[in-house]
Design a protein around this ligand. Structure first.
Ligand SMILES: [Zn+2]
Length: 247
């Protein structure tokens, strides 16, 4: 029997200065791609986070009114661990984010505000690969982010944003989708992995209801395992993988 062929992952482009990561919930970035973010901010690059919600519907035993502010605080702390100081929230409702023009407008506004060359988001497809169903919030935000990268550059789409002082920004060169089951590019996870572990650990409230395991053991096993699983496709190095859409 022959081994299945695995295609190598290309190194992510590194000729850029500013990135904007747009995801649905607190912890979406920490479950896999914050090792790459730590390496980027170490290299002097600026990364900003935009979250559609505060993840207020994420914990069964905690009322959304209490959960939202708590998870917002945990998200700020986890961003700081990997060198990200700006975290914004778009105030959509957790669990029922709707894909559509208002969401595209909010993300296009964020892109015009921050003028990134690289935009990062999370898997926008129906599944995580195979039959592992994705959540509607991830699908909506991922898709709207891919669309908004174009919307942000067109002065005739959302002219009300220009009236608010947000001029078109057509400088997004790539949208990188994390958590894709068909990745194309990767970043060496080694230098940022330890901080990625501590960054995810800041979501303590969520992790403590998710598992009975010791939080640090759980987080370390999960993130190390994910990064290691990609090493056969990236020169033997543990990796954070992205599906890269060039514009
Ligand atoms: Zn999520």
């Amino acid at each position: 029997m022959t081994e299945p062929q695995v295609s190598p992952l290309e190194p992510m482009p590194d000729d850029w200065r500013r990135a904007l990561a747009v995801v649905a919930h607190p912890d979406d970035l920490e479950y896999g791609c914050s090792a790459a973010i730590a390496a980027w901010t170490d290299g002097g690059r600026e990364v900003t986070y935009v979250l559609a919600t505060r993840g207020e519907a994420g914990i069964d035993t905690l009322d959304p009114a209490r959960c939202g502010p708590l998870r917002e605080q945990e998200q700020q702390a986890s961003a700081a661990v990997v060198g990200v100081s700006t975290v914004e929230f778009l105030n959509h409702q957790d669990g029922v984010i709707e894909y559509g023009v208002p969401l595209r407008r909010d993300i296009a506004a964020a892109i015009r505000r921050h003028r990134p060359e690289l935009v990062i988001t999370l898997n926008h497809r129906d599944t995580w690969g195979g039959v592992a169903w994705n959540t509607p919030d991830h699908v909506a935000v991922g898709r709207a982010t891919l669309d908004a990268a174009g919307d942000a550059g067109n002065r005739w789409i959302f002219p009300e944003l220009a009236a608010q002082g947000l001029q078109p920004w057509n400088g997004v060169r790539w949208v990188a989708v994390a958590g894709s089951s068909t990745p194309t590019h990767a970043v060496d996870a080694t230098p940022g992995l330890e901080r990625a572990i501590h960054s995810l650990l800041e979501h303590r409230t969520y992790i403590e209801v998710l598992t009975d395991e010791d939080p640090e053991t759980y987080v370390r096993t999960f993130l190390t395992g994910t990064a290691q699983s990609l090493s056969p496709r990236f020169d033997g190095k543990p990796a954070v993988a992205f599906e890269l859409f060039a514009r």
